[in-house]
Write a new protein. Structure first.
Length: 731
């Protein structure tokens, strides 16, 4: 028994949660094949949130159905466009349920009539009276002499129609001097209107009472001391006050609507909702004639015993079991049918200027060999390719008519991933976390309050805003990863680094699956000849005497660009004609500082900064032409670098800090420097490359071996296996 709790609402109360083996507030659209799915109110809750269950042919869908009262009073309940749309949406999704436990025969008949549901799918379970309102064993009804008032079942909804009972009371001679109590928590203005109605009909307002905020014991005593209960509603799918009154040993008169005649079959106890005279006659008999009262009491007393928790529960389960489908006859999803799986992929794609977008595009192509890929993206202007079985906005992902064997949300630490993040938290599925921490995403995209909330939850203490600001500037000091919500929601969680996986498991108790990073940028090593490198150097305006060092990708504080400029200064001080190129868009928060530092160190002509994102042509020119490269990370959480991956693919002599190199499984030609970053040690690493002559000829064989183990084809196979599919059976 799994409770599916909406993550956007308050958590379940403890007394409710104890009924379940598990309570899920995330990943709650994931279910095992051949499970049962029960909704307690299909016309109340948004069916789109559970559409994954409703569209899964392997899940047996059960609805506890109440009524279509909205259709009987459309001017009251459907006159607002939003209400009408909400109702019709829920109305449309009813067709996906396999069985309906209706609360009454009248309710079931409406379901068949208005929604054209197959009658064989519908049965009646009834509604149980709460145990606290049942008659204790051995208790006898109070005698007539101890009964003091007439009780009316009301409520804030006008269809409860207490006016009928008040007018009938005022017109009934036998009711003079008898108090009348209307329960239902009416606001003052509504109570004043009912008093006016009562007085206009000739009633004495000193006899009219509105008991409010009743506990079960107070309500039961109110029933128990009543001469009779009146239920004058204009429509009811069921009527629990009738059962509660019977359990208290009190006769009931009912309006002849909805389920009322099923519960009170005697026509002489039924009246039209506006038939004041008929109700007055009923009241006169029961209030004025003790023999009549006693006869009605004896007739109704046993009624509640058919609506105990045990009896209603038994009818519910018997009805479900009688209609349960043969699980073996249900077609299982592709994962168990040995067919091509169907995957939903939620990801940014080019032309969005994102490294993750580029990576997704490259890796989806080989993945399509093993699965039908249905892409959901908010990137504008994405070009369809044969690899995509369909292409749609992320907003359409929850409502797709297809049944997916798996859903994968691709996540990164930027605004490109906001909709994928929200989709994962609301609908579950697998997730591929490209970044080892999500602090920037939470702060910049979800806001300070949400960032502080998650930081405090993960840290186990209230985190002040000052700490958050410090972590943003000095991410090496981060004590948490801001990955708790993703880790809880993802089934499974995929990461590219074994180091990062260990950190996630330690912090959140979730063991991710490690999917080694693929070389996604095509690289023809045979074409990187000395002649080609010289041609591209000339194109970029570099001389043969210059020792060019390039760092690739977005320039941000966590890549230590200031230290790279200082290292360049050291090299030039040592007589090396070093040039530093930061080949990527410079973050606005550090751009002025880098320009200023470059000027102060006299390196204006020796340090190249880009004013925009490097084009693919420019990027490749620098990758092929450069003498050496450097990629750094100031935080140590298993984070990777797509740019380091490119440097390895191009066999570029590269420097990286130890943690980044280890996380990336870098080959030996990537020189390691200490994680305690020092511009002096960085400069010495480049001096070693220069003195050894490694910049003159590239380590092609090492690069080829690495490429073979990190190819797109191998990545696709690993991806499928990580998602639970046996690729060997589908090639």
């Amino acid at each position: 028994m799994v409770a599916l709790a909406d993550p956007m609402r308050e958590p379940l109360y403890a007394e409710h949660a104890r009924f379940f083996d598990e309570v899920r507030a995330d990943s709650w659209r994931t279910a095992e094949s051949n499970s049962w799915f029960l909704t307690l109110s299909p016309m109340t809750h948004d069916p789109l949130l559970v559409s994954g269950f409703l569209l899964d042919p392997t899940i047996f869908k059960i609805a506890l159905f109440y009524d279509f009262i909205q259709l009987k009073f459309p001017n009251r309940y459907l006159h607002v466009t939003e209400w009408r749309t909400t109702f019709m949406n829920a109305f449309a999704w009813l067709e996906f349920y396999d069985v309906f436990a209706a609360i009454s025969q009248d309710s079931g008949d409406d379901l068949i009539k208005y929604r054209n549901i197959d009658p064989s799918k519908v049965y009646v379970s009834g509604v149980a009276v709460r145990r606290s309102l049942e008659a204790p064993e051995g208790e006898s009804p109070l005698p007539r002499s101890e009964r003091q008032h007439i009780l009316v079942a009301g409520g804030g909804d006008p269809r409860k129609n207490p006016e009928c009972a008040l007018i009938a009371h005022a017109r009934t001679r036998e009711c003079r001097g008898v108090p009348i109590h209307v329960f239902g928590n009416y606001p003052p203005a509504h109570k004043e209107g009912l008093r006016e109605t009562f007085a206009e009909a000739g009633g004495d307002n000193l006899l009219l009472f509105f008991p409010q905020h009743l506990g079960d014991q107070d309500l039961r005593q109110l029933y128990r001391h009543a001469i009779m209960t009146i239920v004058p509603s204009r429509a009811e799918g069921f009527s629990i006050p009738i059962i509660e009154s019977a359990a208290a040993g009190t006769p009931v008169a009912v309006s002849a609507v909805g389920a009322h005649p099923e519960l009170i079959g005697e026509p002489d106890l039924q009246f039209g909702p506006d038939d004041f005279d008929k109700l007055s006659q009923i009241m006169a008999r029961i209030v004025g004639d003790e023999k009549e009262w006693l006869s009605r009491l004896e007739a109704i007393a046993p009624l509640w015993k058919s609506y105990t928790t045990e009896d209603v529960g038994r009818r519910f389960m018997e009805g479900v079991l009688a209609r349960q489908r043969n699980a073996e006859a249900i077609k299982a999803p592709a994962i168990s049918r040995n067919l091509r799986p169907t995957l939903a992929i939620i990801t940014p794609l080019p032309p969005s200027q994102s490294g993750v977008a580029d990576y997704s595009k490259a890796t989806l192509q080989p993945l399509a060999k093993y699965a039908d890929l249905h892409i959901f993206t908010d990137s504008p202007g994405v070009e369809p390719t044969p690899a995509y079985s369909s292409l749609a906005p992320v907003a359409m992902a929850p409502y797709s008519p297809r049944t997916f064997d798996q859903r994968l949300s691709v996540l990164g630490n930027s605004h490109f991933h906001t909709t994928a993040f929200k989709y994962l938290l609301e609908h579950g599925g697998a997730a591929l976390a490209h970044d080892a921490r999500m602090i920037d995403f939470y702060f910049h995209e979800l806001g300070l309050d949400r960032a502080l909330q998650v930081a405090s939850a993960e840290s186990g203490r209230p985190v002040p805003a000052a700490d958050l600001v410090h972590w943003l500037k000095h991410q090496r000091d981060l004590p948490v990863l801001f990955l708790s919500e993703i880790a809880k929601a993802a089934e499974p969680l995929l990461v590219h680094s074994g180091v990062g996986a260990k950190g996630i498991e330690k912090l959140y108790g979730v063991q991710p699956k490690v999917l080694p990073f693929a070389q996604y940028r095509p690289m023809n090593l045979e074409a990187i000849t000395s002649q080609e490198r010289r041609r591209r150097r000339e194109k970029l305006g570099w001389t043969d005497e210059e020792f060019v060092i390039t760092s690739f990708g977005f320039v941000s504080p966590d890549k230590a660009p200031e230290l790279l400029i200082w290292a360049t200064k050291f090299l030039r001080t040592w007589g090396v004609e070093a040039r530093l190129v930061l080949c990527g868009l410079v973050g606005e928060d550090i751009e002025d500082n880098l320009h200023k530092l470059r000027e102060e160190l006299g390196l204006k002509d020796a340090v190249t900064l880009f004013s925009g994102r490097a084009s693919e042509e420019t990027y490749m020119d620098h990758l092929i032409a450069t003498d050496a490269a450097i990629q750094l990370r100031t935080y140590f959480m298993g984070g990777l670098s797509g740019a380091l991956n490119d440097c390895i693919a191009g066999a570029v002599p590269t420097v990286a800090n130890e943690h980044l190199a280890e996380s990336s499984l870098a080959p030996p030609f990537v020189r390691r420097v200490s994680d305690n970053l020092s511009p002096l040690l960085i400069a010495e690493a480049f001096l070693d490359i220069l003195r050894s002559g490694d910049h003159l000829s590239r380590p092609m064989e090492q690069a080829r071996a690495f490429a073979a183990d990190h190819s797109l084809e191998r990545y696709a196979v690993r991806m499928m296996e990580s998602l639970g599919f046996d690729v060997a059976k589908r090639v």
